[in-house]
Design a protein around this ligand. Sequence first.
Ligand code: NI
Length: 168
Amino acid sequence: MSKFVDIVKAGDPLLQSKATPITNFATKELAEFIDFLFNTMDHYQGAGLAAPQVGEGKQVFVYGVENNPRYPDAPNIQRSVLINPEIIDYSDEKIDSYEGCLSIPRIRGLVSRSNRITYKAYTFEGEYYEKTLEGFEARIIQHELDHLNGVLFPMRMQDIGTLKYTHN
Ligand code: NI
């Protein structure tokens, strides 16, 4: 498997489909696929990357931020992988912030997201867990989890007039 691939772009049916759950945990194939997701995310300087964006309709995504030039104001966020995730609680408090997506290059738009979420997911070994997060990390998870359900951020925008072009 090559180190990275072209990102699947908006308009591809894979980005409009519901991804299927991972059923084989702790395998060499899954470990290699997760590495591949991280490598591809790093290559394109993404804050997160979901499996459908590299052509795999599987319920897994990675994220992490460390001095990312595409997100100069973002805090550093530890690299993480979520498998078969589902959000089980959303805070009523919402925050409006600009989002981008590697599948929609050079476009940003204002999206309202819950400031705090609780999700459930499975570890690489297949152990169930729940976690509560807030701020930018909660936003990333909401954005990436949308990818697993065939949703892209413009579908979450309340005002299409906030759409803007950026140089990266
Ligand atoms: Ni995206």
